[in-house]
Design a protein around this ligand. Structure first.
Ligand code: PMP
Length: 368
């Protein structure tokens, strides 16, 4: 080999494919999903099980169904009909996360702004960070109430997407229907995503306004009340004309056959869903009383979790609760949430255990 050839070879060997600058700058996100063999009050999942009817469907999946590519169309039409929407207005997604991802991909570009009230669901900012848009945040006050007036004031001609989790996570607080509609009206150039992941525990929705309000999108998940987080199933509803662009970005195969097969059974079993939601709401009231009893501050919640202020000993609190067999989620890194821990609400029985763990933990922490 001549010297120049070996120099070129050496230089080539040092070259690496480089990701886009935006991707290089993206934050890493590693949710703490490891060793969760305990009472799971850390991810706001259903803490018990999905409907037994779903298990039945899963048991009967044929080999044929596994060999074929999944066909989402018929299930999409069925879900849309159940929700009183046109099929063209509804897309099934691989969890709400995919709905957020494709919506941002379809609408956010250079010069645009994503407007977010914070603290809120982490993935909005993460997905936006891979686009060329800028994220503008509006920090909630100490009461963590929806910062309506300041959010309205932050809308500019560049605002292209406004994402609002309602009820919000990790706070559990809510925006009213009138506030959300006023925001959509103030920003006709922007897509307004109302993320109703926790709808079943709240009972208020804007789904009826999809197609009526020209820039309104609503997302729902099957990860929470339905107990199907592992199947990855969400839905996005929006005006027909805008859903057309979203579908260009969405993979036709991203919702798998097992999820599609289970979805009708999950939706039909309203008895199970109503029972689980009732159980969580009753347990929430009781657990809130347990929080009050140990003297921790908490925020009013419309969802299947409660945010509590543990203060400086938050990391120790999470550790102690884990030692008591209860997993909870430290939200200290969320904006305005230093010292705050989010606790998912499960069944009455589970929250009875969690209440005992809370008492025990606070006794140890208080003494320390
Ligand atoms: N939106 C919000 C507000 C959430 O809290 C979560 C889950 N933590 C999601 C969306 C994600 O839902 P999915 O499992 O359907 O992707």
């Amino acid at each position: 080999m001549s010297e120049t050839t070996s120099e070129i070879t050496a230089e080539i060997a040092t070259r690496r494919p480089a990701p886009r600058a935006r991707v290089k700058a993206m934050p890493e996100y590693h949710p703490p999903l490891g060793s969760r063999d305990a009472l799971r009050l850390d991810f706001n999942e259903n803490t018990l099980a999905c409907s037994a009817k779903v298990r039945e469907v899963l048991g009967k999946i044929s080999t044929g169904a596994l060999t074929r590519y999944p066909e989402r169309g018929p299930v999409e039409a069925l879900v849309a009909a159940r929700l009183g929407r046109k099929a063209e207005e509804v897309a099934l997604t691989n969890g709400v996360d995919e709905a957020i991802h494709v919506l941002f991909e379809a609408f956010l570009e250079e010069g645009d702004e994503l407007l977010l009230p914070v603290p809120t669901y982490t993935m909005y900012e993460i997905y936006a960070s891979s686009t060329d848009a800028r994220t503008v945040t509006v920090l909630a006050g100490d009461d963590l109430a929806f910062p309506f007036e300041r959010l309205m004031a932050a809308i500019t001609a560049r605002t292209k997407v406004i994402a609002i989790a309602n009820p919000n996570s990790p706070s559990g607080t809510m925006a009213t229907r009138d506030q959300l509609l006023a925001i959509a009206e103030r920003a006709p150039q922007a897509v307004v995503l109302v993320d109703e992941a926790y709808y079943h525990f709240h009972g208020e929705t804007l789904l009826d306004m999809v197609g009526v309000v020209p820039n309104l999108f609503v997302a729902r998940t099957f990860s929470k009340a339905y107990g199907l987080a592992g199947l990855r199933l969400g839905l996005l509803a929006g005006p027909e004309e805008l859903m057309r662009w979203v579908r260009r970005v969405l993979s036709p195969y991203s919702v798998n056959s097992l999820a599609l097969a289970c979805l009708p059974a999950a939706m039909e079993d309203t008895e199970y869903l109503d029972w689980y939601v009732g159980e969580v709401l009753a347990a929430r009231t009781k657990f809130e009383a347990a929080i009050d009893e140990v003297g921790l501050r908490r925020w009013p919640s419309r969802a299947n979790f409660v945010l509590v202020d543990v203060g400086a000993k938050h990391a120790e609190f999470v550790k102690r609760m884990k030692a008591e067999g209860v997993l909870v989620r430290d939200r200290s890194n969320d904006p305005g949430c230093d010292g705050r821990v989010r606790i998912t609400i499960g069944t009455l029985e589970q929250m009875g255990h969690a209440g005992e763990a809370l008492k025990g933990t606070m006794e140890v922490l208080g003494a320390g």
